[in-house]
Structures are given as C-alpha cells and as structure tokens.
Ligand binder design. Structure first.
Ligand code: ADX
Length: 203
C-alpha cells in the first residue's frame, strides 16, 4: 500500500471546500445509508436526493450495485473485499464533500469497523449515518432481486443476513423503519434532520 508513496506531496489548490460551499449556499456532507439488501437504502437515498435537489441542493448518489459495476468491479463479498469496497467509497465520498456536494451513499456496509473507518476519514461533522432498519424476514419476503432465494439455496455465498453477518449500527445519527413507516415519512425524517445541518451562515 505505502510502496511508491514516499515522494508524493499533495498540492494545495486555490479554491477551498468552504468557498465551494459558499458558492453553493449549503454545506456538504456524506449521508451514509446502511442496512440489509432489500431494506430500501437505494429507494430512500433516491427519494431523499430528489427532494433535496428540488430544493436547490447539489447532490449525488453512490450506490452499491452501480459502483460495483465500475470503480469496484472485481471486488467480491469476502470480508477483505467488502472492506476495500467501503474504503474506496469512503475516499470517493470524501472527494465529493470537498467538492461541496451532498453525497448520499447506499451500501450494505455490514461491518461497524468499516463504517467507522469512513466516519473517521470524512470527519464526524460531515458524516450522517442512517440505519435503514428492516427485519431480515421482511427483506427476504420482498426479495426484490431474487438473491435471498439464491442464497438460501447456496447459489450465492457470504450473503449478508444469511451466511454473512450484519452488525447493527449502535449510534447512527438517524434510524428509519422501512417496514413500519411509509417512504414519505422516512424521507421526511432524513430531510428534516439534514436541512439545519446544511445551512451556511449568511455573509
Ligand atoms: S457491501 O457489503 O460491500 O457493502 P454493497 O452494498 O456494495 O455490499 O453491494 C450489495 C449488493 O450486491 C446487494 O444489494 C446485492 O444486490 C448484491 N450482492 C451480490 N452478492 C452479495 C452478497 N454475497 N451479499 C450481499 N449482497 C450481495
């Protein structure tokens, strides 16, 4: 990892994060949705983004299945690969924050230590963890992609919730219950939490 990095000296660019945020008239942040496959992370991230976008916020989404076809193509679902998946997403998310953007991420991110790694990388003030809480039974009933059925049959290994663990977030900034509350209610909870956090002081 550190090899060849001995003579790298990062350049200090002329426009700061604060200046970018000032132009955008809002702060930037990582909104990290974590939860089981089928819990509703992507749907929630998508709708939350739509609401923020309509209000004039600059947003972007990084989503598990999409990122795994590009930047993280080639990574699988072993502990090591999942950690590398989340590490890279964390670095990319941090760049988005630096660019003044609100980046919403939808990754299972089952390991508490990986989520903590990103929180530390980004800085806790600019990191909002949203636990998309939905019981395994319901995710499995929904089985939107048919993957739980395959995992039960042993056709997919290391499937989160079946033969790989999901470590429940103990102190997320937000928790939404997608099996109890409507999508609108969940989105509203996230948006209402974010808006005051995104405000920049008037000059
Ligand atoms: S993570 O665990 O590394 O955070 P990530 O969010 O990127 O996972 O990708 C999860 C998506 O990959 C799932 O929504 C599902 O469509 C697909 N997938 C394929 N194999 C697995 C597996 N073994 N466990 C979980 N999801 C899988």
């Amino acid at each position: 990892m550190t090899k060849n990095n001995n003579h790298i000296i990062p350049h200090q660019h002329l426009i700061s994060k604060k200046e970018r945020q000032g132009n955008n008239r809002h702060k930037s942040m990582v909104v990290w949705f974590t939860g089981l496959s089928g819990s509703g992370k992507s749907t929630l991230a998508g709708k939350t983004e739509q609401v923020l976008h309509a209000l004039g916020y600059h947003t972007y989404i990084l989503d598990g299945d999409n990122v795994r076809t590009g930047l993280n193509a080639g990574l699988g679902f072993t502990e090591t690969d999942r950690q590398e998946n989340i590490r890279r997403i964390g670095e990319v998310a941090k760049l988005f924050v630096d660019a003044g953007i609100i980046v919403l991420t939808a990754f299972i991110s089952p390991n508490a230590s990986d989520r903590m790694m990103v929180r530390k990388m980004v800085g806790t003030d600019e990191f909002t963890e949203v636990f998309v809480n939905c019981p395994l039974e319901i995710c499995e009933q929904r089985d939107v992609k048919g993957l739980y059925q395959k995992a039960r049959k042993g056709e997919i290994l290391n499937f989160t919730g079946i033969d790989a663990p999901f470590e429940v977030p103990l102190h997320p900034e937000l928790e939404v219950l997608t099996h109890m509350d409507s999508l609108e209610t969940c989105v509203d909870k996230v948006v209402q939490y974010l808006i005051p956090k995104l405000a920049v002081p008037e000059i």
